[in-house]
Design a protein around this ligand. Structure first.
Ligand SMILES: N[C@@H](CCC(=O)N[C@@H](CS)C(=O)NCC(=O)O)C(=O)O
Length: 203
């Protein structure tokens, strides 16, 4: 398998999952502006959407969209516990979290990273992110230490990336003590640290 990624982008989520699951996957860095891979390849030909993460499977098929990719990866190593078994209510709970993160957090963050976003929309996006982080913080108070309880899942890999992005756009996690502690706890996981180091985000 080959995972196309860009350092610090949402592709860090499947990158973490690859390492947590112990999957042997090649990593190929993409320049999201030029749509070229580090080795000079045409990324737009691999994924016409021009977005990471993109996973090319051993059979040559291409899988896109982070929530689908992380579930596919987790299902390659069911014993990892990174996703509850398909068909169980818990699996739908996982999908509930993945959809929440992609639609309600990832998208407003995306607006803050896009240079052409109108200035007057930015406070609206920041407020939405804040409201959703507050919701997650309250959720963590009722269980934890992870989103689904005791077990680290692919949803945690994705939410963790959102907490990293908060620092880039100067959203202070100190106001959500449980979320901040959660982010630090995930960052301290050896496989997460390996992924951060590989992407140049940690020493
Ligand atoms: N819906 C996609 C969104 C992926 C996405 O937003 N990727 C960003 C990086 S975090 C990207 O590739 N941006 C470059 C572009 O859209 O041209 C997913 O969930 O995987």
């Amino acid at each position: 398998m080959k995972l196309y990624f860009s350092p610090g982008a949402c592709s860090l989520s499947p990158h973490i999952v690859v390492r947590e699951a112990g999957i042997a996957a090649d990593l190929e860095q993409v320049d999201l502006k030029t749509k070229k891979t580090k080795s000079g390849g045409d990324f737009a030909a691999v994924n016409p959407k021009g977005q990471v993460p993109t996973l090319v499977l051993d059979n040559g098929q291409t899988l896109t969209e982070g929530p689908a990719i992380v579930q596919y990866l987790a299902d390659q190593k069911p014993q990892s516990g990174l996703a509850p078994h398909a068909g169980t209510l818990e699996r739908y709970r996982l999908q509930e979290w993945l959809n929440f993160i992609t639609a309600e957090l990832h998208k407003p963050f995306g607006a803050l990273f896009t240079p052409s976003t109108p200035e007057d929309y930015k406070p609206i996006a920041r407020e939405a992110i804040g409201n959703r982080f507050a919701y997650v913080d309250r959720h963590l108070a009722s269980g934890g230490p992870f989103l689904m309880g005791a077990q680290f899942t692919v949803a945690d890999a994705y939410l963790f990336v959102m907490t990293l992005w908060a620092k880039f756009v100067k959203i202070d996690l100190d106001q959500w003590t449980r979320l901040k502690a959660y982010s630090e706890q995930v960052a301290a996981r050896p496989k997460v640290h390996e992924a951060l180091k590989e992407e140049g985000l940690a020493k």
